[in-house]
Design a protein around this ligand. Structure first.
Ligand code: PLP
Length: 437
């Protein structure tokens, strides 16, 4: 359990400044509910639900128990051609939460895998309906769709793609939706809905009939919380319908109550054809992701193969792993028993008011909030990202965990958080802002 001296060296840490971390490690030894405890025993409030994945609180006893019980009886089932009860039960529960027309669920192990799987499902569907010539994907500037080659190809974040020149060709990006006209906005901005016309322009330029799928995060999360302007998602849906294009919502962050409803699809009243999810599916306790699709897509792919043949040549050794399914099924129980989504919805107005109180601070450039997520953007100094990195470190030592992307601190309280937890997060955030002023 304990690292000694240079034993930190061997682990090449993901999305981490390895040298800086190893010179000043930030280790979590224990977590409980809304709090993390570091190597010094300091209590740290979790302001970002880990990485937006633990809304029910850390170390929930019901999830621990469910995984433990599962691991006593079956630690692994080969998922190709064999099944176990847990994955069917979980798919049925997830399908109850997704929009009405979306009732088929494919399990994977992460958000990145969910994105790559969604792209392959879109291709398989186009193939099944005799439109395999659709060879172009449309994504968006500032998009984050994970780190696999498919997701990086769709990425609109420069650091995530500039080192990797050999990505998928034929990806076109729409503009992002932050216009700068609705600063300090809680809820959907009034301006920017017309940016959906970028998709129409792409259709007019390349031919809408050539586009395999359009993928958007309903709220662009990792880039710093860009909320869709009013009318934007509706118009994207309308254009996809007119052109017969598959619409994918990447709900890896927005899914499972973060926006107040089950998924952002319901919050914004726009139903995609395919949706990706991960993170809160197991409360972050065991890696798992999923792709849910409209019945029409499932039926087309399944029916296009001869009876008895494998219909979709895709899957992972750990798809629908028994431990992950046990955690997922326990989480589905908690959503109902603890009214997690209702709690998320009820806390959001308080959270918005609290986070917007940071507006008066001279370091703060913009704040964007919706549901239980908010991006607090600080003016860059002395170089883009430098202040954000330093603030994140200082927050940790000041007892607050916040995920930063560049100069945007992304606050996303757990659904079990109480108003006083929000106050603690905002108070500690302000203390660090003051220290950097
Ligand atoms: N898609 C979105 C919208 C995400 O926010 C993320 C992660 O934050 C991913 C995909 C990738 O998920 P993972 O890190 O589990 O691969």
């Amino acid at each position: 359990m304990h690292y000694q001296g240079n034993s930190l060296e061997q682990h090449w840490m993901p999305f981490t400044a390895n040298r800086a971390f190893k010179a000043e490690p930030r280790l979590i030894r224990r977590a409980e509910g809304t709090y993390l405890f570091n190597q010094n025993g300091d209590r740290i409030i979790d302001g970002s639900s880990g990485l937006f994945c633990s809304p029910a609180g850390h170390c929930h006893p019901k999830i621990i128990e469910a995984v433990h019980e599962q691991m006593k009886v079956n630690t692994y089932t080969a998922p190709f051609g064999l099944g176990h009860d847990g994955s069917f039960a979980l798919a049925a529960e997830v399908a109850k939460l997704t929009p009405e027309a979306i009732n088929h669920v494919f399990f994977v192990n992460s958000g990145s895998e969910a994105v790559d799987t969604a792209l392959k499902i879109a291709m398989a569907y186009n193939n099944a309906r005799g439109q395999a010539y659709r060879n172009r994907f449309v994504s968006r500037e500032r998009a984050y769709h994970g780190v696999n080659i498919g997701g990086v190809s769709l990425s609109g974040m420069v650091k995530n793609r500039e080192t990797f020149p050999l990505v998928m060709p034929n990806v076109v990006l729409m503009r992002h939706t932050w216009t700068g006209e609705d600063l300090f906005c809680a809820g959907q901005p009034d301006n920017g809905g017309e940016l959906a016309e970028d998709l129409q322009r792409i259709c007019d330029t390349y031919g809408g009939g050539q586009i395999a799928a359009v993928i958007v995060e309903p709220v662009a999360g990792s880039t710093g919380v860009l909320v869709p302007p009013k009318g934007y998602l509706e118009r994207i849906r309308e254009i996809c319908d007119a052109q017969g294009i598959v619409l994918i919502f990447d709900e890896v962050i927005t899914g499972f109550g973060r926006m107040g409803e089950n998924f952002a699809a319901q919050t914004f009243g726009v139903t995609p054809d395919i949706m990706t999810m991960a993170k809160a599916l197991t409360n972050g306790s065991i890696p798992m992701g999923a792709v849910a699709v409209k019945d029409e897509i499932y039926d087309a792919v399944i029916d296009s193969s001869p009876d008895g043949a494998i219909e979709f040549f895709h899957g992972y050794t750990y798809s629908g792993h028994p431990a992950a399914c046990a955690a997922g099924n326990a989480m589905m129980g908690l959503i109902a028993e603890e009214g997690l989504f209702e709690r998320s919805k009820a806390l959001a107005p308080y959270f918005h008011e609290a986070v917007m109180s940071l507006k008066d601070h001279p370091l703060v450039r913009d704040i964007r909030a919706i549901g239980l997520i908010a991006g607090v953007e600080v003016h860059p100094y002395p170089a883009p990202g430098a202040r954000g990195t330093a603030m994140q470190r200082d927050m940790f030592w000041g007892g607050l965990h916040v995920k930063f992307t560049g100069d945007v601190g992304i606050l996303a309280p757990q659904f079990i958080a109480e108003p006083e937890h929000v106050d603690e997060m905002i108070g500690k955030f302000r203390t660090v802002l003051d220290a950097h002023d």
